[in-house]
Design a protein around this ligand. Structure first.
Ligand SMILES: Cc1ncc(COP(=O)(O)O)c(C=O)c1O
Ligand SMILES: [Zn+2]
Length: 392
């Protein structure tokens, strides 16, 4: 096995540093919400392994083109499933309709299980196998569960997935097809999360729950690397992404920061996190300047971002603050309109949570904060076939 490229894991709140094998999930002093961990690399070693010039010659059509920047020790455990290096469309009709000539759509609906979550699961399965766990557990509104179930099936590792009963049919079908043990929760995603935490600890399963597993954000950072490379290292002004637990936006920010540390980019985009009006605890916390998010009763048609207590709240708020961005809320109606707009004028059919990013672009445009000169990326995080109810 090669030496690890990771220097240490660092608590986002107390900044304590931990050796990689000292700790699995979160800082014991700060707990599972405040004590999430950043993966900090040995940059001296990484600089010897990869450069922008190397990438220009690299034909790998997946996010594994950034392998030196990912927490993989044993490449043998990488599954041969399609993930990442997703298209960055500059779509003439969409851009004309929105009067935004410099809008780019980062379309992650073509990953193996049709959502952004495959970026994280592809890394999580490697860690589970490296650490010799016999089973993986995950709580999910649907996409993360379907995603890790596919990677677990591919690796021949059993998994147990905790999902709310209200999970959309196609996501449940994916779980069944991949042969996951399914725990249907009569309650919310937040309750599924807590139950999964207990079962993973009790049974010594590898925990793929978002935020508390430090390696997920590493997988999720790869879209930031791709966006910069696809734009020839010319960083966009604004990146829009929908936010539930806040792990995707945290991961994107980590990606931009890693590139900046490497000296491959010279500035940062502002990150704009988009929540649904009926599920916007992070928007409220951001507006009120809270350090800790209050748990909310939540409801939205965008099931993937229906999260009352965001688990990656510390990193998500940090990403928005450090980038000089903001968090905004959009209505369910605006989300459905965005689904129809993107499909009808662009041929790109996305699920509600993904469409929220486009609804967010429109919202900021109406506020005058997005102008025709703005160079914008909207991250489309999941396929429309994941939940067809909103458009039937
Ligand atoms: C399609 C889609 N978009 C956005 C999100 C939000 O990601 P996060 O919970 O990391 O904020 C999710 C999470 O489940 C998702 O599945
Ligand atoms: Zn700590």
């Amino acid at each position: 096995m090669k030496p690890t490229k990771i220097d240490y894991l660092q608590c986002v709140t107390c900044k304590k540093q931990f050796a990689v094998n000292e700790i699995e999930y979160t800082c014991p002093n700060c707990g599972p919400v405040q004590g999430t961990l950043d993966v900090i690399y040995n940059w001296k070693q990484i600089r010897k392994m990869i450069s922008r010039e190397d990438l220009a010659k690299n034909n790998e059509p997946s996010h594994w083109r950034y392998l030196p920047l990912l927490p993989v020790n044993n490449e043998r455990f990488i599954q041969p499933l399609r993930v990442g290096w997703s298209p960055l469309y500059r779509h003439p009709r969409v851009n004309k309709a929105l009067q935004l000539p410099h809008l780019y759509l980062k379309d992650d609906s073509g990953n193996i299980t049709a959502s952004y979550k495959d970026r994280a699961s592809s890394v999580a399965i490697v860690k589970a196998l490296e650490k010799k766990y016999a089973r993986i557990g995950a709580a999910s509104s649907g996409n993360a569960g379907a995603s890790i179930a596919a990677f677990a099936a591919s690796a021949g590792l059993p998994c147990t997935i905790f999902v709310p009963e209200s999970i959309p049919g196609p996501k449940l079908a994916q779980l069944k097809a991949y042969g996951a043990q399914i725990m249907l929760v009569k309650g919310s995603y937040d309750e599924a999360f807590d139950w999964c935490m207990q079962e993973c600890e009790k049974n010594h399963w590898y925990n793929r729950n978002t935020a508390i597993n430090p390696y997920l954000a590493e997988g999720k950072k790869t879209a930031a690397l791709e966006i910069c490379e696809q734009l020839k290292w010319d960083v966009p002004d604004l990146v829009f992404v929908s936010v539930g637990d806040g792990c995707i936006i945290s991961g994107l920010w980590k990606g931009f920061k890693d590139l900046y540390t490497l000296g491959w980019i010279e500035k940062f985009p502002q990150l704009i996190g988009v929540q649904a009006e009926g599920s916007a605890p992070l928007v409220r916390a951001f507006r009120e300047g809270l350090q800790e998010v209050r748990e909310d009763e939540v409801q939205t048609i965008a099931d993937s971002i229906c999260v009352g207590f965001p688990r990656d709240q510390v990193k998500a708020l940090r990403a928005v603050h450090e980038s000089g961005g903001t968090l905004i809320a959009v209505s369910d109606q605006a989300i459905v309109e965005a689904i129809k707009f993107l499909a009808g004028s662009g041929g790109i059919f996305v699920e509600p949570a993904a469409a929220a990013a486009i609804a967010g672009v429109r919202c900021m445009q109406q506020l005058g904060k997005v102008v025709p000169e703005s160079k914008i990326v909207a991250v489309l995080t999941g396929s429309g076939l994941k939940d067809i109810r909103p458009i039937l």
